[in-house]
Design a protein around this ligand. Structure first.
Ligand code: ATP
Ligand code: MG
Length: 570
């Protein structure tokens, strides 16, 4: 392709709202242009990379025997209402209204396709003989994100590869899950993106497992916890650290004893005034969860993780105000605890797994200025559920003793066991070999294709521009023509490379060499060939990888091999 005949509007400066490198480069390298918040036009360079990434996704999906379909973006509200999550999903769904056809009911632009695909399976598959099936598509999704930002990373219209598996049993569903998991590993590896595979919480979806493919990145909107050696990785919602042993002996039997603690309202106060180390105290927090007061207990030196609270499945929760707490327990924050009769004022008591079974702890007495000592978690507090609830901190040891790192990350892919929630709601049943009807076991799997593309840029760039991995580079080779008198040689080389299946861009613009070289660095084509007087007289052209400092002079006849060589190494 000739630069002069296509549309590559490179920019010297990125728009001010582009906060991260990949967003700036997306715009500066002329890959995409913003039309509205979170809405982008793909220009030729961006589109070529997108198509290459889609091809990798498609090849790996096909190799895993997934079946490609194309489902509509327009989806009837009637179908969504039959499904299990219309209420929750509505907040991000664009309503597609029109003046006419009122009788047909409302329509929405699909944020994802569980309802549509389950309905499709209900209508087309009825026997165990037709299972398993994994259905996939590469399609445009619409989500009215509260804060669209970072370019394609959090867009309102974006391309997703979504897949859905349907099986006769939970164990068969596990096989389908593993096949997608492995396909995802290959996809990201082929696309040149280093991802971390983190165990994720299944939250309210209630499936039994889930993994996220994440890219560590400063602007990531989630946090992941991992060990450097890759032996452990989990989302912050799921992550656990090795429980630190308490310094004090834990086996005490005396009954809880109330003692006066006038003026003590914090963990530190109690340590200072009574010498009770933070790790021997129970920190008691009260939240309103779906309007009901719930108590959360963590060790005094630990912090409650709201991310973990969010996995309990409440539609909404917030810390209770001191007034609300006083109304429920008759004491103020700083004097709260779970000993004694706290129900029904408190609806549920959740305690962090690290304090399960602990003895000889100190906690508030629900009376201002008083605490209990000798508290046994098993004996004295009616805990409804022990589960990991505390924050994991950077540097803490993992369960097997290696230092944990906590980093921001962005999720590029997600594999998820769904169970029968959708198949039951939407009637996707099959008959087993005895003629008995069962709901299909489902899994769902998503890759944000456009987000992945930008994540690749985030991972592969330098101060001058993008450094495309060859597999997803818009072109393999960029020929920069610096002396117009050699134009026909450049054309010949371009055609030769194209004939050998190298995607080649010829910069034939009447621009100064300096401008062309800057643009070349910016758009990041892996192999660059420069045709100019000096090298031509010396017998050939100059060739170099995007990342190399030095150019090599090669005779025209050797250009093809040199390109092949450099590409194999990029
Ligand atoms: P996030 O937590 O980032 O909002 P999600 O959990 O809502 O993502 P899924 O519903 O699992 O995302 O969608 C599958 C994939 O689609 C994600 O892994 C991500 O790569 C991509 N994706 C989701 N939302 C967006 C968006 N607004 N813009 C671009 N890609 C997105
Ligand atoms: Mg997700």
């Amino acid at each position: 392709m000739r630069w002069s005949q296509t549309l590559i509007p490179t920019l010297r400066e990125a728009p001010a709202d582009a906060e991260i490198a990949s967003h700036r480069l997306l715009l500066r390298a002329g890959l995409a242009r913003r039309l509205a918040g979170g809405v982008y036009t793909f220009l030729p360079l961006g589109l070529r990379s997108l198509r290459k990434l889609e091809r990798i996704v498609r090849e790996e999906m096909d190799a895993a025997r997934a079946i490609e379909v194309l489902m509509p973006a327009l989806q009837p509200g009637e179908l969504w209402r039959k499904g299990p999550r219309f209420e929750a999903a509505q907040a991000v769904m664009f309503r597609a209204s029109s003046a006419g056809r009122k009788a047909e009911g409302d329509m929405f632009l699909g944020p994802t396709h569980e309802e549509v695909v389950t309905d499709l399976m209900a209508a087309t598959v009825s026997s165990y003989r037709q299972l398993p099936r994994t259905i996939y598509q590469i399609q445009t999704k619409f989500r009215d994100e509260i804060r669209p930002r970072f370019g394609l990373m959090r867009a309102r219209e974006f391309v997703m590869k979504d897949a859905y598996s349907f099986d006769v049993s939970e164990s068969a569903a596990d096989d389908s899950y593993r096949a997608m998991y492995e396909a995802y590993r290959r996809i990201f590896a082929r696309a040149g993106l280093t991802t971390m595979i983190v165990e994720a919480d299944t939250g309210v979806m209630g499936g039994s497992f889930s993994h996220e493919f994440s890219v560590p990145c400063e602007i990531g909107e989630s946090e992941i916890v991992f060990t450097e050696d890759g032996s452990y990785a989990a989302t912050i919602e799921k992550a656990v650290a090795r429980p630190e042993p308490r310094a004090r002996p834990t086996a005490t039997t005396p009954a809880p004893e109330k003692f006066a603690t006038p003026g003590v309202t914090t963990i530190e106060d109690l340590d200072r005034s009574h010498g009770v180390a933070a790790r021997d105290q129970i920190k008691t927090l009260v939240y309103l969860c779906d309007s009901k007061p719930c108590m959360f207990l963590v060790r005094g030196d630990h912090q409650l993780s709201e991310a973990k609270v969010a996995t309990l499945g409440f539609a909404e929760f917030r810390p209770a105000t001191p007034e609300e707490i006083f109304a429920a327990l008759g004491a103020h924050p700083g004097s709260l605890g779970g000993v004694g009769k706290i129900k029904p004022a408190i609806s549920r008591v959740y305690a962090d797994a690290d304090i399960e079974g602990q003895e000889g702890m100190v906690t508030g007495a629900n009376e201002d200025g008083f605490h209990f000592r000798n508290v046994s978690l098993a004996r004295d507090i009616a805990v409804d559920e022990f589960r990991p609830l505390r924050e994991v901190r950077d540097g803490e040891p993992s369960i097997d003793g290696k230092p944990l790192r906590v980093r921001r990350a962005i999720e590029v892919g997600h594999v998820f066991k769904l169970g029968t929630k959708y198949s039951e709601a939407l009637g996707a049943q099959f008959l087993d070999e005895h003629g008995k009807s069962h709901p299909m076991f489902m899994g769902c799997y998503g890759i944000g294709v456009t987000r992945t593309l930008q994540a690749i840029i985030e991972q592969h760039h330098d101060a001058d521009g993008i450094i495309w991995p060859a597999a997803v580079a818009p072109f393999h080779v960029l020929i920069t023509l610096v002396d117009a008198s050699l134009a026909h040689h450049a054309e010949e080389l371009h055609d030769l490379l194209e004939a050998a299946n190298f995607d080649t861009l010829l910069d034939d613009r009447p621009e100064r060499p300096g401008v062309k070289f800057k643009d070349a660095d910016l758009i990041g084509i892996p192999v660059r060939i420069t045709i100019g007087e000096r090298s031509w007289k010396a017998g050939g052209v100059e060739i170099k990888a995007r990342t190399a400092k030095e150019k090599t002079l090669v005779p025209i006849a050797g250009a093809l091999d040199a390109v092949r060589d450099l590409l194999a190494r990029s």
